[in-house]
Design a protein around this ligand. Structure first.
Ligand code: GLY
Length: 407
């Protein structure tokens, strides 16, 4: 039945990946999703009954999720509801759906406040976005549209981008836009085509264009932060906040760029954004270690001795599973193989949590310069991992159907 996926695709991958120095196994989306489902079920029995908090990380030999109060200032509050929705998509388990609905409701207070920063997109689209996609309940759509309006108030037309961190304008000496904000454009695109303000589309495109112009070096690697004059819109400098150096390639920042420009191409069909998504993906892939999981910043001089970032690998795997559907055939083959190698590596004993703790994945890095969440399980790694597995499962199911139709 899974002839194409289990036999032909690995064979193709072996040909394409022939230069790779490690033997690669192949991810089995069904069994990896089943693993995730069991982990979610176990985690739910260990989480506190307090419904004002949300899982954030598991560090230092702990077994269960450390939770933080749900808040607009806690940028990770939307990922756990998102994990539950993706698990429900796979399992159809009504208990998981009930847990997903309850966890999504916890974010309601955030919707009733003025926007705190750009993370409103992460908070609401990973939770309410998946809730609406899977249930079609209009209340979720309305919430997203309102959140998009709120996010849009951070847009500065003189600059052409969203102000990521209003609280850090003085620290950076201007309007700051971080690469992570590329992820939050998806909520604006959604709103524009689902009954919200059409201006949200224009903001998203302007943000993507301006970011493309200023936020990258000639090789396609990005700065974490771009600083602009808020009055004239002049680009002042590129620098880092969570990376090793202003000139370095912070792995998760580059991952946000790959994912973000893939979404912008999906929503605009503008070939400039497809070319750009490929360019920013290629520089990342060119520098990966053999096991396909980046060190937290590609330019940390410790090289492979430095901590890895499984979360960046999960974000990129998910993005590449979409980008392979848009790219030319040579690139599509490269992205297809790379995404599957990343997922296989994440499913290996080296990165899978297994019996270690309640997360899916070990070895992510949150904020290395601040000494925070280094070599930890972090909830957004799990979110993008289970998203990627659901994407791979859809691709596999589609391939099976196409193969059967040809016979
Ligand atoms: N958005 C913050 C991060 O990627 O760590």
């Amino acid at each position: 039945m899974k002839l194409f996926n289990k036999v032909l695709l690995p064979a193709i991958a072996l040909c394409i990946g022939g230069c790779s120095s490690v033997a690669k196994s192949w991810p089995d989306a069904e069994s990896d999703l089943s693993y995730c489902h069991e982990k979610v079920r176990a985690a739910l029995t260990h989480l506190p009954s307090d419904t004002t908090v949300m899982p954030r990380n598991i560090q230092g030999g702990e077994k269960t999720w450390a939770c933080r109060p749900v808040s607009a200032e806690e940028w990770c509050s939307g990922f756990w509801p998102g994990v539950l929705w993706y698990d429900y998509e796979y399992s159809g388990d009504p208990a998981i759906r009930a847990a997903a609905e309850e966890a999504t409701r916890r974010l309601q207070p955030i919707l009733e406040q003025p926007v705190f920063d750009h993370d409103l997109g992460f908070l609401i689209y990973c939770s309410y976005g998946n809730a609406y996609r899977l249930t079609g309940d209009d209340a979720y759509r309305v919430a997203i549209v309102n959140a998009a309006d709120s996010l849009a108030t951070l847009f500065n037309p003189a600059v052409g981008t969203i102000l990521s961190w209003p609280r850090h304008v003085k620290d950076f000496g201007g309007h700051n836009t971080i690469m992570d904000t590329m992820i939050n454009l998806e909520m604006l695109f959604f709103a524009a085509k689902n009954g919200g303000n059409p201006y949200c589309y224009d903001i998203a495109v302007s943000h993507a264009e301006t970011t493309m112009r200023h936020h990258f070096r000639p090789d396609g690697s990005c700065y974490h932060v771009a600083v602009y004059d808020p009055a004239t819109g002049e680009f002042m400098r590129g620098c880092t906040h969570q990376g090793y150096a202003d000139s370095s390639m912070w792995a998760r920042g580059q991952a946000w760029a790959i994912y973000g420009y893939t979404v912008v191409y999906r929503e605009t069909h503008d070939p400039r954004f497809l070319d750009f998504a490929c360019k920013v993906a290629d520089v990342y892939l060119d520098r990966l270690p053999a096991d396909m999981i980046p060190i937290w910043d590609f330019d940390d001089p410790r090289g492979l001795e430095a901590p890895r970032d499984a979360s960046a690998a999960a974000v990129v795997a998910s993005a590449l599973l979409e980008l392979e559907g848009y790219a030319d055939s040579t690139r599509a083959a490269r992205y297809s193989t790379a995404a599957r190698e990343m997922l296989a590596s994440l499913a290996s004993d080296a990165y899978r949590s297994g019996d270690t703790n309640d997360s899916f994945l070990l070895h992510s890095t949150g904020h290395h310069p601040a000494g925070s969440e280094i070599d930890a399980s972090i909830v957004y790694a799990d979110y993008y991992y289970i998203e990627a597995l659901n994407r791979l499962r859809s691709i596999n199911n589609k391939s099976d159907k196409e193969l059967l139709a040809r016979h």
